[in-house]
Design a protein around this ligand. Structure first.
Ligand SMILES: [Zn+2]
Ligand SMILES: [Zn+2]
Ligand SMILES: [Zn+2]
Length: 90
């Protein structure tokens, strides 16, 4: 894990974008299920975490070059940057 200082993406977040719905928008389309949810801070889409069978959040981050997600889980307040593997609480 690199420290927060190394990640300009996390520093650039001024307001955290929360989930519109507590569901993975990709899993819903294919009738799959998920473990935990992450919300993309670039486009606002909510997708499933790396513990889920389809890992839609990390696939989206790589494919769309949207680096930062927040946890969409109730009570969790953190941001994660995929390319820098950096975590920040807020
Ligand atoms: Zn970063
Ligand atoms: Zn999913
Ligand atoms: Zn996105």
């Amino acid at each position: 894990m690199s420290d927060d200082e190394a990640c300009a993406h996390l520093k650039a977040i001024e307001k955290v974008v929360g989930p519109k719905k507590l569901e993975c928008e990709e899993c819903v389309k294919i009738g799959s299920s998920w473990m935990h949810l992450r919300t993309c801070q670039t486009c606002g889409g909510t997708r499933c975490c790396d513990s889920s069978p389809n890992r839609h959040a990390s696939k989206h981050a790589r494919a769309a070059h949207h680096p930062v997600v927040c946890s969409a889980e109730p009570g969790e307040r953190w941001l994660y940057c995929y390319p820098d593997d950096a975590l920040a609480e807020y």
